[in-house]
Ligand binder design. Structure first.
Ligand code: ATP
Ligand code: LTN
Length: 325
């Protein structure tokens, strides 16, 4: 039976290979089997101070990234979170059934508030509640995300259950959807930390916009393990990470790639990996650059209408159940 898929990314910062392999690649596969809704979560982005012009630009860029990565507006709904006010409305309501202690446990809140001590705002604290609203408004069954978002999907499940048992059956209980090899792509400069756009060094990540020369240089400089062999094992986390990237882009299994390189050196493996990454990103960037802004705006307009209809129906039911109508 077809299920409903929902996911989103904030229109801030540069997208990297971790975002693509951990989340977007899975979205592209899921849209063929399931009714899918993909959102650009600008209301989440403003939990850090944004320049208005820049935010508008990044929102459009993110929509282009979705399209260039293969999200097909004929199959999926693509829209901007702030275009559908029901997200903020449901978030408010869910806030009233969320315990402060539940939000205090969120590791992303702890990380982000320690990174940016001057702006620990209430929106940053309530971020997971808005994310729960995003998910629950659309009767979502599956939420494809990277591992770092699992705790937030768990809160969405808790709030759905709590609402249903207090006010009557209203929300579907969502499940996370994770691709094992892609769920946590590690930094190229440190295989113990996840690849992240907020990393201090650009040698941590491969941006989806990096040039072929930059990609080759970054992979050449990627740290390797002290062992000499190319094998897929937890005690060689750096090579394991590179094998995961290779396998996901080549649609193969990491252990198979490892055995194809048995007896060969790291240099040869890295050289081939760089070409695999370039071979993926070059056509991606071509597609990205050929997308017309006017077409994207139209896609977002169509997406808004579809999303409004779904979200409006759900909010009607919520208001009714709570005595707000
Ligand atoms: P930051 O590191 O600045 O917090 P980010 O790079 O983690 O940002 P997000 O916008 O928070 O990016 O994440 C977008 C999506 O990409 C989420 O589904 C997230 O789980 C996934 N993701 C992010 N980083 C990775 C990674 N290193 N490996 C796998 N998935 C990832
Ligand atoms: N918090 C997520 C982005 C996000 C999201 C969502 C993901 C906001 N709402 C709903 C899945 C479903 C992140 O990646 N930082």
């Amino acid at each position: 039976m077809s299920q409903r898929v929902f996911s989103g990314i904030q229109p801030s910062g540069t997208l990297h290979l971790g975002n693509y392999l951990g989340a977007i690649k899975n979205w592209v596969n899921l849209q063929d089997k399931h009714e899918s809704v993909f959102c650009i979560v600008d209301l989440h982005a403003i939990t850090a101070l944004q320049n208005p012009e820049e935010l508008r630009k990044k929102t459009l860029e993110m929509a282009k990234i979705y399209l260039a990565a293969g999200i097909d507006p004929e199959k999926s709904t693509i829209f901007v979170q702030s275009h559908v006010p029901e997200h903020a409305e449901l978030a408010w309501i869910l806030n009233t059934i969320t315990k402060i202690s539940e939000l205090e446990r969120m590791t992303q809140f702890k990380d982000k508030s320690s990174e940016n001590k001057q702006n620990i705002n209430a929106g940053l604290f309530n971020y997971p509640v808005l994310m729960a609203a995003d998910i629950l408004l659309y009767d979502t069954n599956l939420v494809p995300v990277g591992e770092d978002q699992l705790q937030h999907v768990e809160i969405a499940r808790t709030l759905a259950r709590r609402f249903n048992s207090t006010f009557g059956e209203t929300f579907v209980i969502p499940e996370p959807s994770i691709v094992k090899e892609g769920m946590r792509i590690m930094g190229l400069d440190d295989p113990m930390k996840k690849m992240s756009k907020s990393a201090p060094s650009e040698y941590n990540y491969i941006a989806l916009t990096d040039s072929p020369e930059k990609i080759r240089e970054k992979i050449k400089r990627a740290v390797t393990d002290s062992g000499r062999q190319i094998k897929y094992s937890d005690d060689q986390p750096a090579i394991k990470n590179l094998l995961n990237i290779y396998a996901l882009l080549d649609n193969a299994r990491p252990a198979e790639i490892a055995s194809a390189y048995r007896g060969k050196g790291y240099a040869e493996f890295k050289k081939d990996l760089a070409e695999i990454v370039v071979g993926f990103l070059e056509p991606f960037q071509k597609r990205y650059n050929s997308i017309d802004d006017q077409d994207v705006l139209q896609t977002l307009e169509d997406g808004k209408e579809k999303a409004k209809k779904m979200a409006g129906e759900k909010m009607g039911a919520v208001r009714e159940k709570m005595g707000l109508a």
